[in-house]
Design a protein around this ligand. Sequence first.
Ligand code: G2H
Length: 248
Amino acid sequence: GSGKFFIGGNWKCNGTKDSTTKLVSDLNSAKLESDVDVVVAPPFVYLDQVTSSLTDRIEVSAQNSWIGKGGAFTGEISVEQLKDIGCKWVILGHSERRHVIGEDDQFIGKKAAYALNEGLGVIACIGELLEEREAGKTFDVCFQQLKAFADVVPSWDNIVIAYEPVWAIGTGKVATPQQAQEVHVAVRDWLKKNVSEEVASKTRIIYGGSVNGSNCGELAKEEDIDGFLVGGASLKGPEFATIVNSVT
Ligand code: G2H
């Protein structure tokens, strides 16, 4: 693995004020292993509430950000606004934004470059569709998405790569530890050849897609799996804490 484990909770478009208050209070009272970076990504409307009520032990991420400075961009949220409320990270390139909303590599790259230049950390997501995997294109797709980030980012210091095979997202169909490890090794190798040996060895590559309290232990044993991006199972405080505590 590459340094500290990184566990992200992607709350997606879920929750109410009440359920968010409950989740924050469960996280605040959970006992979390000290040598794991823990980040949660609430929906925008609850971001300020979470940032001001959540323990400093856990950092907060946005689920999206605008490509540049704020202004006349109806419905968008700027990096400056995120920083203003104490948000430290942003998730970019998530498959739901690529495949449901229609964001392309270039647009995602712009967002990543802007966020990094302004000092936010980026959780950069990549991953193949089922038909791409079945056509033997998993590595091609991941490398192309990776290249779109590599072409524009100012540095890799503040990037965590999340490999999320689309067929495993929210489906309950988790990748096997071997399937995930195989892609993580390929990603690291791509970084080595196309960025640098240092970036390849230092960058954390986390896995996402139906991770839960029962399957995380086996996945975490793989050499190149440096953590997880957790969706559904991050909405339950105790289960999320179990995941954080099962990686070390
Ligand atoms: C993948 C993951 C979190 P889930 O999207 O990013 O979600 O764990 O629900 O598959």
